[in-house]
Design a protein around this ligand. Structure first.
Ligand code: GUN
Length: 294
């Protein structure tokens, strides 16, 4: 075992998302290797971007690179902004039918003339490696976690690895209500027996909630102001809280000061970001297993 493999995930009050990701990605890669040797078919992810959003281009590049490192093949469709909803639906239909494709990921956001809900609803649930489709949300609603949304699943996996697998008696405050992060996260936290409060942009007196949090998960994702950039400052958290910063590319949390008071806090970058990609790889592996070995 290398030195790094023995080092803790919460190290000097910092949750080492990158370190945990590295370990979990090694496990995914080993599993992929075994299954490819047994079944003679490599897992394949197809990514789709519509338009020229720079963030989307960067995230998809990172997802494809991580896939390749784990032995997962990937194809990519870079579609113009003018792509119609029907054209995108036709592509999804052909990918649904293509037996060499095990995972489909349509990067969000989509241009405003395309209805996100229609596109997500058209994806074969077994290939929906984002966990956004109705069948996968339904599974999550009933306590299942197979093919669940990668960012929230990455967050609870981090909690699992810092000794917070069971959140009985813990108050978890989430600042986000999006379909990608906040909403699926509620179910994953309830599965772990947490008491969950969800705050968002219309919440009054945010600090009265954050101060109660044993675990604070924040995904605001913008600067408060130029002079005062952090929404989450040290005076807003409880002693020994666990603080998870989902915001990107800049964190919501005043990391350097919060670190002195928190039990542990995630850095940005190197915290939640790598875990999101890791859980995506796990989803591709699970989707492949479900389609190839069963
Ligand atoms: N845009 C921002 N996060 C995500 C994600 O997790 N999946 C997809 N498909 N698009 C995103």
């Amino acid at each position: 075992m290398s030195d790094d493999e023995q080092r803790p995930i919460c190290d000097d009050h910092v949750i080492m998302g990158k370190r945990l990701s590295k370990r979990l990605r090694t496990q995914v890669k080993e599993e992929v290797g075994k299954l490819v040797a047994k079944y003679g078919i490599a897992p394949k992810l197809v990514t789709v971007i519509v338009g020229k959003d720079e963030g989307s281009q960067m995230y998809v590049r990172m997802k494809r690179k991580a896939s390749s490192d784990a032995g997962i093949l990937s194809d990519h469709y870079d579609l113009p902004e003018t792509t119609t909803q029907d054209e995108l639906l036709k592509l999804i239909d052909s990918l649904n039918k293509d037996k060499t494709v095990h995972g489909i990921l349509v990067q969000l956001p989509l241009p405003s003339h395309i209805d996100e809900k229609t596109i997500i609803g058209a994806m074969a649930p077994l290939k929906d490696v984002d966990g956004f489709s109705p069948a996968n949300i339904y599974n999550l609603f009933y306590g299942g976690e197979e093919l669940s949304s990668a960012t929230p699943h990455g967050i609870v996996t981090m909690l699992d690895y810092i000794g917070m697998k069971d959140l009985s008696g813990k108050h978890v405050v989430v600042i986000n209500r999006s379909t990608i992060v906040g909403k699926p996260l509620i179910f994953l936290l309830l599965n772990r027996n947490a008491t969950v409060t969800v705050c968002h942009s219309r919440t009054a007196d945010l600090t009265s909630f954050t101060k109660q949090a044993d675990v604070l998960i924040t995904a605001i994702g913008r600067r408060k102001s130029k002079e005062d950039p952090f929404f989450i400052t040290v005076d807003m958290i409880k002693d020994d809280a666990v603080v998870i910063d989902v915001a990107t590319p800049y964190g919501d949390v005043d990391f350097e000061n919060v670190k002195k008071k928190a039990m542990c806090v995630t850095p940005v970058p190197g915290g939640v970001g790598p875990m999101t990609i890791t859980l995506l790889l796990q989803n591709v592996l699970d989707a492949y297993v479900a389609q190839v070995t069963k």
